[in-house]
Design a protein around this ligand. Structure first.
Ligand SMILES: Cc1cc2nc3c(=O)[nH]c(=O)nc-3n(C[C@H](O)[C@H](O)[C@H](O)COP(=O)(O)OP(=O)(O)OC[C@H]3O[C@@H](n4cnc5c(N)ncnc54)[C@H](O)[C@@H]3O)c2cc1C
Length: 440
């Protein structure tokens, strides 16, 4: 490793790998772990391949679709989502808010009435002319206004409380974007009266590697990166001297940085920084995910994944990775992933969590007993969801603004501290490369 690089990429996840692969200059990627990929690494165990929970490629942009197809070549499958919600002892189609068919009658009626009343209220406001009142910016109020109390009570509130680990009243609506489908009333009524597959939402179709789990994408991308140094954890960045230090004491000079390091950690390792930027870093909150992956006896299951809103279950979602691609499990076995979110400031005892997840899986009919489990692969995702509370937006703007002015370009889900996807990571990496190539 040379003593100076004009451009240093912090983190060897998808975003910085895409940036470094597209960059045509003197660049170096520093990755803390033993191999690149970040959240898109896959673990191999006794013939199973386990991702860090479900990692599916939902591609909206031709540029990223082209890149992914080129990288994976024939090593890819494309699927139509087969996704469900488990509540009240039954399994109904996703998204919950447009599929009340199959729910206990009283629950379905409560949900449908709420949606109809919400539509009537909105139509009335529209008819009275004048300026439309702004949509609520608090998530709980938005849900009640948009879907009514039934959907709030039976899905949106409990599910999002489990996913984000904070009450829905603490969340803003800034993350909703494409992630929460808003069905038309006709669609909701059809979904209450009949059982039919729904194409709603951003993730109706997805790509996935045929072999190798999602890490196959990382491996193909990393081959295009000229200089990638793994086992290189950056611990200190002197912004004035433009020098950084690794955990092993190695020092390195740089001109510009592109960083996928989680924003609060980047703030902690940089100096000097104004107090306001330090305070912004301290204001950011996140949730972690305990991801227990299992190799279990195959039972003819065809679904891809299932949302589990009820509080009595610890997990908020589970899925069958071997239904994305059968190559991730040996013949006769299924690869299952489960997700439980927790507040990293109050980490749970992982042994207890494991026991709860296994109980959940028996209750949900995924396994009959522990005898159906051949292997376990527990993983903890320290940074999983950047929490969209009321402090987030101003704090992120303050920190990102400061770094950008000092030629540090934060990218990726954690660099920008946002709710975004692998495709967004690739786009941001490609855009960072364009920017660097045009301003050498
Ligand atoms: C539970 C969950 C499920 C998801 N499912 C999907 C899905 O189905 N589809 C989808 O499109 N997206 C999904 N995502 C999002 C997707 O994982 C991310 O958008 C994407 O992986 C972000 O890539 P990245 O390179 O920005 O960050 P990361 O993957 O986090 O990579 C950052 C890298 O930086 C390294 N690093 C950190 N600190 C340092 C340091 N100090 N020094 C050196 N290196 C450092 C890390 O080791 C890591 O390798 C999911 C995310 C989660 C949490």
């Amino acid at each position: 490793m040379a003593d100076f690089h004009e451009t240093v990429f912090l983190g060897g996840g998808l975003s910085c790998l895409a940036a470094a692969a597209g960059f045509r200059g003197d660049g170096l990627v520093l990755e803390a772990e033993a191999r690149p990929g970040g959240l898109c690494r896959s673990e191999r165990l006794e013939g199973f391949t386990f991702d860090r929970t479900g990692h599916l490629l939902h591609l909206r942009h031709p540029r990223t679709r082209g890149l992914v197809e080129e990288l994976l070549g024939a090593n890819r499958v494309e699927r139509t989502r087969d996704t469900w919600v488990h509540s009240h002892g039954v399994t109904t189609r996703y998204p919950f808010q447009s599929n009340f068919h199959g729910l206990p009658t009283e629950v379905a009626v409560e949900c449908l009435l709420g949606v109809i009343e919400a539509h009537v209220r909105a139509a009335r406001r529209g008819r009275h002319g004048g300026a439309r009142p702004p949509e609520p910016t608090r998530f709980d109020r938005w849900v009640l206004e948009r879907f009514g109390p039934g959907v709030a009570r039976h899905f949106m509130f409990p599910y999002n409380r489990k996913l984000w680990t904070v009450p829905p009243g603490r969340l803003t609506t800034e993350w909703l974007g494409r992630f929460v489908p808003r069905p038309e009333l006709g669609e909701v009524i059809r979904g209450a009266l009949s059982d039919r597959p729904s194409e709603a939402g951003y993730n109706a179709r997805f790509l996935y590697p045929r072999r190798g789990g999602i890490e196959a994408l990382v491996r193909a991308l990393a081959r295009r990166v000229p200089r990638l140094h793994c086992g290189a954890r950056v611990v200190d960045i002197d912004l004035r001297a433009r020098r950084l230090r690794l955990a092993d004491g190695t020092q390195l000079g740089f001109g510009r940085l592109v960083s996928a390091v989680p924003l609060p950690a980047l703030v902690r390792m940089c100096h000097p920084l104004p107090d306001g930027v330090r305070a912004a870093g301290r204001a950011l909150r996140w949730s972690s995910v305990y991801n227990l992956n299992l190799g279990v006896r195959e039972r003819g299951e065809r679904r891809h994944w299932v949302y589990v809103p009820e509080e009595r279950f610890a997990l908020y979602r589970f899925g069958y990775a071997s239904n994305f691609s059968p190559a991730v499990a040996p013949e006769g076995w299924a690869a299952v992933y489960t997700e439980v979110a927790f507040d990293p400031r109050r980490p749970p005892a992982l042994g207890d969590l494991r026991a709860r997840v296994l109980r959940d899986l028996v209750a949900l009919g995924v396994i009959r007993s522990l005898r159906d489990v051949r292997v376990e692969c527990p993983l903890v995702l320290e940074h999983a969801y950047a929490i969209y509370d009321r402090a987030r937006s101003a704090a992120v703007a303050r920190a990102l603004g400061h770094f950008r002015r000092r030629e540090i370009v934060p990218i990726g889900r954690y660099g920008r501290w946002e709710y975004s996807s692998m495709e967004d990571a690739l786009i941001q990496g490609l855009e960072a490369a364009d920017l660097l190539n045009n301003t050498k």
